[in-house]
Design a protein around this ligand. Sequence first.
Ligand SMILES: [Zn+2]
Length: 309
Amino acid sequence: MIDLLNRFQSHFSSHILLYHSTFTEVPNDLKEGLHNVTPESLYKQVEWFKKYFDIVEIDEIFSQDNIYGKVAITFDDAYQSVFTEAIPVLKSLNVPCTIFINGVSLSGKAFWRDKIRFLINNSLIDDFLNFNSSFTQLHKITSKNFYKITKSSNINSQEIDTLLDRYLEENKISIDNFCMKDIEYLRKNPLVSYGNHTYNHYVLSSLNKNQQELEIRKNHELLEKLNIKHSKIFSIPFGGDRDLNSTTIELLKKYNYRGFLYSKNAINIKNNRISDLTLPSKERYMVNSDFNSFQKQLFKLGLKGLIKR
Ligand SMILES: [Zn+2]
């Protein structure tokens, strides 16, 4: 029954799927706090969408008036597992996808949110907070609010990343880089396009204008230089309303982006008409891994979309 109603969603909505890692088994250091969909689940979900929707590239959803029945597959953060596990799955189903990359991982540095996850999974939060006690007190950080508060727009992400590096260095802890390590991963594949997710994945609205521009420009230039299919759509790190500001929009226009993606757990019911002052945006949702809970999720999202219409 739910399946039948979900199929019907192609008549009134467009879905942009958001995936992160696609490990068969999530590494222990990331277990808590990582959005992971196994390759097996990915196959089932995409196979389902392929039956009832039209799977297209993200740029196509932004360029057409009628978006109903269209689905785009996106991956954020460029985990290595996406290249080794997810792309073969999508290739076997012959569907396109877009990977939004953070250039910093090519320099060998671990993704800063994985450093946060490392501390959580290794029971090191309190140790880290004690190590930076004045910072901890200033921002009222506790082990309980740690994950959430470190991605808030009120604390400069770059500052947190510096503190993380200092702590890890002082304690001689090295963290694996789970994201793309070298440009070999970005092999030319007609089904895959690449997009800008900023260089370091900091909360853009927590940065000043120069820092924001550096984050966007550095990654933009990297993508241009790599001679790969470059999506003109931008993926906002963390993807909430508070994670960007008017400076962000200004900069995205400066670098000729045609639109940007939120990740506020929603489907797209209408094609947002936009004024010249702003940029078009679309909604995404993080797909649940298990197939039954994925079907329930779709049903709820469809209902929520219809009520809001
Ligand atoms: Zn991300």
